[in-house]
Design a protein. Structure first.
Length: 277
């Protein structure tokens, strides 16, 4: 039950970070929001590592792999949104949870059938909740779908690697490795494209806060992965599209479509099924 609560908490925090990231990306540009938020998270993790003295080369190495997957997933997701139809890109990307589920089951995890059914319903609900109405046809539909699939694999790879890196209680080295790799790749991308990462000074604390929320979500998911089946907590941690949609409706007045409302309902029912099993 604790693993379920932690995974759901990670989903809430991830969804909040994604919502805020979307809001600030609209006001600013993508590169500074990504880099500054990632840098803030890295500084926090470096300080925590220095204070606690937690060092584990295995966890750090697997964390590096997780960071590579995460950076690829983020970059592909935003590129897909920029070139394709949102109503296609978001649901495909939300299927990233299938990667750790399939790999965990293949490696011998055996959660109950009812819990798996609840996970399937929750994941389907998250996919539906991520659907956005979008007027007009995408000029590069095929490439955007491929990018969305790449994003799903990146997100799924991140969840799987982090879930394994933290085994043995080495959460900080795993998260530090993950954030180091993702920031390095994003910084390399910024240098290659000569993008500016300048922000107005008044915006820096809020953007940094997004990175701290992301670190918090990662830590909550890592804690869940050490206490429960990775195949279950990966799905519950991937319910963040539901949170983002709810926040957009409540705070920005965005309309929730019927498919999104149905998805939110399905997700909540699925989570309820998992929680009582």
């Amino acid at each position: 039950m604790l693993a379920v609560a932690l995974a759901l908490a990670s989903s809430v925090v991830w969804g909040t970070a994604d919502f805020l990231g979307g809001v600030f990306t609209r006001r600013l540009t993508l590169a500074p929001v990504l880099v500054i938020s990632q840098l803030a998270g890295l500084v926090l993790l470096a300080a925590a590592t220095a204070i606690t003295g937690q060092v584990d080369t295995r966890a750090f190495a697997i964390g590096l792999a997780a960071g590579v997957f995460g950076a690829v997933g983020i970059a592909a997701f935003y590129r897909a949104l920029a070139t394709g139809t949102i109503s296609i890109v978001s649901p495909v990307s939300a299927c990233g949870a299938l990667v750790p589920v399939v790999l965990a089951l293949a490696q011998g995890e055996r959660p109950g059938a009812v819990a798996l059914a609840g996970c399937a319903l929750a994941l389907a609900g998250a996919v539906l909740a991520s659907v956005h109405e979008y007027a007009g046809a995408a000029p590069n539909a095929r490439s955007s779908v491929l990018l969305a699939a790449t994003a799903a694999l990146g997100i799924g790879g991140f969840l799987y690697c982090i879930g394994h890196a933290v085994r043995g209680g080495h959460t900080l080295p795993a998260l530090f490795g993950s954030r180091s790799a993702s920031l390095a790749l994003l910084a390399a991308g910024v240098l290659a494209t000569r993008s500016s990462i300048r922000l107005p000074p008044r915006e820096i604390p809020a953007v940094a806060g997004i990175g701290l929320l992301d670190v918090g979500a990662n830590a909550l998911f890592a804690a869940a992965a050490t206490r429960g089946y990775l195949s279950i907590v990966s799905v519950l941690g991937s319910e963040y599209p539901v949170v983002t949609v709810i926040l957009a409706q409540a705070l920005l007045g965005e309309r929730v479509s019927r498919p999104q409302a149905a998805g939110i309902t399905m997700a909540l029912i699925g989570v309820g099924i998992v929680s009582v099993n």
